[in-house]
Design a protein around this ligand. Structure first.
Ligand code: SF4
Ligand code: MSK
Length: 658
């Protein structure tokens, strides 16, 4: 099979250069391993391979030849649904264990056991304490933080009732959960219960198994992820809009470059503080460097970007490209989305690979466990090891691409739409009005990963641009936000270059980008809470299923994306994913996920690889919701495709239809 050229691999010119450099140096990256893996296992892709007991593995031939059940008699639908339930539980576990870590850190900080941290979001803490019925009068910040952290931790082991954040959901959404029996009880309970249902001979009915997928997902979105976001804001501070940069060009030739990669913000936050210490800066100078450049990959990057403006080196597939620059002294990883292959790639350079979390160890990485009881000291120890490695850099191997784009990040549920209303109108009314009067068509969350299965970033960028030209406000997290950041879509100027006239008017009035960076993968919970505010403001329905909103993950790859998909769909939101979920070997399960589930939960999945078709599906969905709500027609025709990427100088798109 011919090997695709770099320009077929990535939409990002910096990535293309690194791919070419890697090829010249005979380095094998994820794309090469993907090619070598062809053909991928068809049974696995279709979801009809089962390894759930040792009588198998069993696989069902999708063409009808051979056995049509597993040895135990499991049908293709049961096998596909069981596999999906395991994935939803794993994804939910990943986000939720992250949330648990933040809750434990908040508790330790409240008890004075983590001297490097202080509670930076006291206002949000007080508000959450009130929401949870914790008396606030006369209580110190630390006393409240202790009670809030304990209450959050209680939700992990809760056996009765429902998670605290369930009460935030609109009544109609909650009623559907009650009716279907999926209102999440304890976070751990739902994950364990879902895993149990997939044990050989446990649940053997596809619909029941999919309900478990939804419940595990809801335990993530309205539990683990929401706890992670809220408590991170309380402990580390609420993000506010700030300016930074994204792409490999943020690495600096004469500096010590240290990358943080993974998902948890606690260590990386301490690294940011430690990186500014005299001790570390003096060590850089002693090593002959001009200073230290900290930058991020994946969602750890999003966390330190949102709160500190630390620049982003790239998204998922950039973890390898960053090393190919030859200019990275150390990559510090915590949890999730970290390629074990970095071990071998790092050996071709001088890069030190350091793992830090007790939850994730890596073959061939040095493990320096982060000690949160001496956070800053621990962070300094890690950074100084990176600085000491600067002398080992082989200057002949350094090739830092020049590409980097400015961006604005740091939008939250509480902050973002204040900006839409201007400083003096801090409510969602201006957003709801802009949607009602046809300036903004709707709001779409474009989120999720990169995958080697398609050209990096292309689906994110094409989908987002198509939505923008139809006056759709885009909100983003994760690697999708980074893709758009690298492409310059997270700037106010992007409204002029890509947005339809209505959206452009709204963005121009307050200087907002048309794509709003709302954080890391767990921060998709911010998008849920933004939907709550839209419902609460009134005029657009009192149910997520009524709103002119949608979700999309065009380049998803992680089990976490499956858990997210289930909590978003389970909350009533139409969601389009690129590659189909691995259930296509069972028409029964595929049909339920893309049709039947809507009756139970108000939302459904669509599987569409073509990003322009995906945008059309979304726009059609939004328009149907607008029609049902009897909203005004859109004020402007969609912006012509030919004008994308150029300042909107003429009035050709101003053919008002309403
Ligand atoms: Fe085969 Fe059933 Fe065992 Fe799965 S659970 S491996 S289908 S026998
Ligand atoms: S990091 S989960 S590749 S978005 Fe959150 Fe990116 Fe997906 Fe990991």
């Amino acid at each position: 099979m011919p090997v695709p050229g770099s320009h077929q691999r990535s939409s990002d010119p910096a990535a293309c250069r690194m791919l070419e450099l890697a090829a010249q140096n005979a380095l094998k990256l994820a794309y090469d391993r993907y090619d070598a893996m062809q053909p991928l296992c068809g049974y696995g892709q279709l979801g009809i391979c089962c390894q759930n007991c040792n009588m198998g593995p069993c696989r069902i031939n999708p063409f009808g030849d051979g056995p049509q059940t597993g040895i135990c008699g499991a049908s293709p639908a049961v096998i596909a649904a069981r596999n999906l339930a395991r994935k939803s539980a794993v994804g939910s576990a990943a986000h939720s264990d992250h949330g648990r870590g933040i809750a434990q850190m908040l508790l330790q900080t409240a008890r004075g056991k983590t001297p490097g941290y202080r509670i930076k979001g006291p206002a949000k803490l007080r508000k959450l304490a009130e929401e949870w019925g914790i008396p606030t009068a006369g209580a110190t910040t630390e006393q409240l933080a202790e009670k809030v952290a304990l209450a959050a931790l209680e939700d992990f082991g809760r056996q009765d009732g429902v998670l605290r954040f369930v009460s935030r959901a609109p009544q109609k959404v909650r009623a559907r959960w009650e009716k279907a029996g999926v209102a999440p009880r304890g976070i751990d309970r739902e994950i364990v219960g879902t895993l149990h249902s997939t044990n050989m001979g446990a649940s053997n009915e596809p619909h029941h198994l999919i309900l478990n997928c939804v419940r595990a997902g809801l335990a993530d979105g309205w539990g683990g992820s929401m706890i992670a976001t809220e408590l991170s804001d309380i402990l580390l501070g609420e993000p506010a809009p700030l300016v930074s940069e994204a792409n490999l060009g943020v690495l600096k030739r004469d500096y010590v470059n240290i990358l943080v990669h993974g998902h948890e913000p606690v260590l990386s936050d301490a690294l940011v503080v430690a990186s500014q210490s005299d001790e570390v800066l003096d060590a850089c100078r002693d090593a002959g460097a001009q200073g230290l450049q900290l930058a991020g990959i994946c969602c750890t990057a999003n966390e330190v970007l949102m709160r500190h403006g630390v620049p982003i080196a790239g998204n998922l597939l950039h973890q390898e490209f960053a090393l190919v620059t030859g200019a990275v002294e150390m990559m510090v990883v915590d949890i999730q989305c970290i390629f074990p292959a970095l071990r071998d790639l790092a050996k071709k350079y001088h890069t030190l690979m350091v793992s830090t979390s007790p939850k994730a160890h890596f073959e061939g990485f040095q493990h320096i466990e982060f000690d949160d009881s001496r956070a800053i000291e621990s962070a300094k120890q890690i950074l100084l090891a990176g600085v000491a490695n600067y002398v080992n850099r082989d200057k002949s191997k350094v090739h830092i691409p020049t590409e980097k784009s400015p961006l604005v990040a740091g939008f939250t549920t509480e902050g973002v739409f204040d900006h839409l209303g201007g400083r003096y109108r801090p409510s969602y009314r201006p957003l709801n009005n802009a949607i009602s009067d046809g300036r903004i068509r709707g709001v779409v969350a474009v989120v999720g990963c990169n995958t080697v299965k398609i050209k990096q970033d292309e689906a994110h960028l094409a989908l987002v641009k198509e939505l923008l030209r139809h006056d759709v406000l885009v909100v983003q997290t994760g690697c999708s936000a980074i893709a758009c950041g690298k492409a310059g879509l997270l700037t106010p100027e992007a409204a002029d270059l890509y947005a339809g006239n209505g959206l452009k008017e709204v963005c121009d009035a307050v200087g907002l980008p048309p794509c709003l960076h709302m954080g890391s993968c767990v921060d998709i919970s911010r998008i849920l809470t933004a939907c709550i505010e839209i419902c609460r403001e009134g005029g657009l329905g009192d149910d997520f299923a009524d709103l002119p909103v949608a979700g999309a993950a065009p380049e998803w790859m992680s089990d976490k994306a499956i858990a997210i998909g289930f909590y978003v769909v389970g909350s009533g939101v139409y969601t389009v994913v690129g590659d189909p979920l691995p259930v296509m070997g069972s028409p029964v399960v595929a049909d339920y996920l893309t049709n039947g589930i809507e009756k139970d939960f108000g939302g459904k999945f669509a599987f569409e690889k073509d990003p322009i078709q995906a945008a059309r599906l979304i726009i059609k969905h939004i328009d149907s919701k607008r029609e049902a709500l009897h909203l005004s027609p859109m004020m402007f025709e969609p912006r012509p495709v030919e004008s994308l990427g150029k300042p909107l100088v003429d009035d050709s798109a101003r053919a008002a239809v309403g």
